[in-house]
Design a protein around this ligand. Structure first.
Ligand code: ZN
Length: 429
């Protein structure tokens, strides 16, 4: 993965002059192959006694060169490499090169690593949903001519880039890149799974710098975990690198065919209609862990998971991930948290809007070794905060609610007032 950053403004003009120029039918299908990292940036690395140090930058270059050789055999493809040797082109260089060459596809090859040795498998990233929003904001501020493909140009024959119609056109254009990226990503992951019997972690949306300013369908492929012994050996081997390159090659060929079938822009084939899933009676949350420790939402203990609801019950903090009344989503959520490392997570059912017979819910708004001053944000903002002292600590709670949903609602209101990291507490007496 990538931690570089780069100047946004500088490439704005280039970005807007190229983003909407689409390839004509005669042009060769141009692919930018980006071997992740390079030079002094080694990427992920692990020492194995069999191999010495296995470096991500070496694996990505080997895979890209193999893949490039396969593609170069066909006169239909034009290949552009961001690097062919052990050097480090900046992320800006990589993006600029891709945009200047008016490529049809941008493929960035990487290897994953985890602090643990157990995680393994492949995953492919496409631009995240927030990225669309950023691009749109930039577009609104720019008063430039935007080129659309032929069909869109008819639809939006004469327009002012600041008009609502052109924003719609822009949204359409951007969602098409995203759809195409998702389609290509699904081919790549499908091949890893079916042809190579790898474990696929799926196609995911994430805001990654290297994908951000590319004016073409773009993916970042994590070809496996360097930190996992078996996968490390596979990534280092000629056999493994060949299989990975072949799977990406086949995905490119399938993708090109799909594009040619459907015109210059692809729509992701719709899933066959399935009967609508019937909602369950209960809500399901995934219990990650119970702990005497209070973790805030950004704490590494929560392994980057969002949508974690904490409920304190009998001096234990219980951490729940997400909420749903659909069985398929529940099962998916459970898989997500197990992948994140919560191996003992379980789905817990909640009766919606259930009123507590005995006791109530309240919000623990602060815990402190010392008494809070009257000027503190919590005491200043909220009236009727209750203070209790237990084992030398001061606990501050606010409100009495008969259902969990009411407590969640007030908790959200408090966040609006700048009171974050409150915890819902269940009082059973
Ligand atoms: Zn990387």
């Amino acid at each position: 993965m990538i931690t570089d950053s780069f100047s946004f403004k500088k490439y704005l003009f280039l970005f807007f002059s190229l983003i909407f120029i689409l390839p004509s039918a005669q042009k060769k299908f141009t692919i930018v192959l980006d071997a992740g990292h390079g030079g002094s940036d080694h990427g992920a690395n692990r020492y194995y006694s069999e191999l010495g140090t296995l470096r991500e930058k070496d694996v990505t270059l080997a895979v890209v060169l193999k893949l490039g050789r396969m593609l170069e055999k066909s006169k239909d493809f034009k290949i552009i490499y961001t690097r062919k040797i052990d050097e480090f082109p900046s992320l800006t260089d990589r993006t600029t090169l891709a945009n200047r060459s008016k490529a049809d596809l941008f493929v960035s090859v990487h290897c994953n690593a985890s602090t643990k040795t157990s995680p393994y498998g492949t995953e492919t990233f496409v631009q995240g949903p927030d990225q669309n929003k950023t691009n749109l904001e930039v577009a609104k501020a720019e008063n430039d001519v935007i080129f659309l493909d032929e069909k869109d140009r008819e639809t939006f024959a004469s327009y002012d880039p600041k008009s609502p119609e052109s924003l719609i056109a822009l949204k359409i254009q951007q969602s098409k890149y995203l759809e195409s990226s998702l389609l290509f990503g699904s081919f790549v992951e499908g091949n890893f799974e079916k042809k190579n019997q790898r474990f696929s972690r799926g196609v995911k949306q994430q805001n990654l710098h290297v994908l951000r300013l590319n004016a073409m369908p773009s993916v970042l492929i994590e070809t496996g975990f360097i930190s996992n012994y078996e996968e490390g050996m596979y990534l280092a081997s000629d056999k493994g690198q060949n299989e990975i390159a072949e799977s990406i090659y086949d995905a490119i060929v399938s993708y090109k065919k799909a594009i040619e079938r459907n015109g210059s822009i692809v729509n992701v084939p719709k899933e066959p209609e399935r009967p609508a899933e019937i909602a369950l009676k209960n809500d399901f949350r995934i219990l990650l862990m119970s702990s005497p420790m209070k973790y805030n939402s950004s704490d590494p203990a929560l392994k980057g998971l969002n949508y974690v609801l904490t409920i304190k019950d009998n001096d234990l903090y219980k951490y729940y991930y997400s909420v749903t009344n659909l069985a398929s989503v529940r099962d998916n959520n459970l898989k997500t948290v197990k992948d994140a490392g919560f191996k003992n997570a379980v789905a817990i059912s909640f009766v919606p809007h259930q009123k507590l017979g005995i006791g109530y819910y309240t919000l623990e708004v602060a815990v402190s070794d010392q008494k809070l001053s009257a000027n503190s944000a919590v005491l200043n903002t909220l009236k009727d905060v209750i203070r209790t002292k237990e084992k030398g600590k001061f606990y501050y709670t606010y409100g009495k609610f008969s259902s969990l949903e009411e407590a969640v609602k007030v908790q959200n209101d408090l966040e609006g007032k700048g009171i974050n990291n409150s915890v819902i507490q269940k009082i059973s007496r």
